[in-house]
Ligand binder design. Structure first.
Ligand code: ZN
Length: 363
């Protein structure tokens, strides 16, 4: 029993993967039959667990108690031990049979692939598999992709390349043809809610249900929302927005909104640009809900379902119509796209909120 408690702490194991049963089952079978192809391409939306599955697959294969986690007949699965040098080496980057590559300055350059190539020409340690995981593989430039293709065409013995991407369109078709392609889909809300309950035992269930819905199928979004205290920010910005619409007759109220907005921002000066983007994206999601409710009158379709009453109140009190809501959505989306180029945040948010009220009062 003690052993199982300890195993839970080691993150990379098929036992810890939420959802993706088909992919996990498929990989387990390949491993059991010792028929692991040299190339894989994992694709699907951001933040749903592609990398965790890839890391777990490597851990399952590289743990010194080889295949410990795989369900052989009469064997109950227990996952990688989490303690041997192989397991620890995956965590801290010292496992010589485990190579992880991700973009630097938004690209994976040919030098990196050349480096990989010379490394892979050495014999693997302990006669084991060697895993190369390339995250955001679409960030390889053309020459890097071609160099990788050469390796996939004549893969070194017992090497396994796992390419991870959100868009198949940006991967060379010749690379795709060399890979076993696995599609990953967003997790269902129920599954995320269950994962959330297991993961955050000290947060109440009602709150976690809201977070699960807001995460739109992504485990990593869920983690960010819970640990970033999202609901508090969301409630602040919703309040600010609904008050603003109430006073929309007076454009100068836009400056007050802007000031209040920057006060909410003050709480997190360590990453102002990130926080600003986060707050505006939150506002965009609220506007999306306002639009959906306005069109359908169906609150089951809302992301921010816990504040459906507030959303109805905003539509009613501000006398919003479809055009006005669309205008606010466009204004907000355009603002988010420009956030990285703002030289002065106060001037930029002043402009945004005044314009927002102007659009509303133009009816
Ligand atoms: Zn181990």
């Amino acid at each position: 029993m003690i052993k199982n408690e300890r195993l839970k702490d080691y993150k990379y194991s098929f036992l810890n993967i939420a959802g993706h049963e088909k992919a996990v089952h498929f990989l387990k079978n390949l491993a059991l039959n010792d028929r692991i192809p040299a190339g894989f391409l994992f694709y699907g939306p951001e933040g749903i667990g592609k990398r965790s599955v890839a890391f777990s697959f490597a851990a399952e294969m590289l743990c010194k108690d080889l295949n410990l986690g795989l369900e052989r007949e009469g064997n109950s699965p227990s996952g990688p031990c989490g303690e041997c040098p192989a397991c620890r080496g995956i965590l801290n980057g010292t496992n010589s049979n485990f190579i992880f590559i991700e973009p630097k300055d938004d690209s994976i350059r040919i030098e990196k692939i050349h480096e990989l190539n010379s490394y892979m020409s050495l014999t693997p340690f302990y006669d084991n598999y060697r895993f190369v995981i390339i995250d955001n593989a679409s960030k390889m430039n053309a020459s890097a992709a071609n160099a990788l293709l050469k390796m996939l065409e004549e893969p070194p013995e017992r090497s396994v390349f796992i390419l991870i991407t959100t868009s198949m369109g940006s991967i060379l078709p010749t690379i795709i043809s060399r890979c076993q392609v696995l599609e990953f889909k967003p997790l269902s809300e129920d599954l995320l809610a269950k994962y959330a309950c297991d993961r955050f035992k000290d947060v109440d269930k009602r709150t976690l249900d809201v977070y699960s819905r807001l995460s739109r199928g992504s485990c990593s979004t869920l983690e960010k929302l819970v640990t970033g205290n999202y609901l508090e920010y969301r409630n602040d910005i919703t309040e600010l927005f609904s008050n603003g619409l109430f006073y929309s007759g007076s454009l100068s109220y836009g400056y007050i909104m802007s000031e209040k907005f920057n006060r909410i921002m003050k709480n997190s000066e360590d990453d102002p640009q990130g926080t600003e983007k986060f707050l505006f994206e939150t506002l965009l999601l609220i506007l999306r809900d306002i639009f959906v409710y306005f069109m359908t009158k169906n609150e089951k379709l809302l992301y921010n379902i816990d504040i459906s009453g507030k959303i109805k109140e905003i539509i009613k009190n501000a006398g919003l119509n479809g055009n006005m809501i669309m205008q606010m959505i466009e204004l907000t989306a355009a603002y988010i796209n420009k956030i990285n180029y703002n030289l002065n945040r106060t001037i930029a948010t002043d402009g945004y909120f005044v314009r927002l009220l102007k659009d509303i009062s133009a009816k």
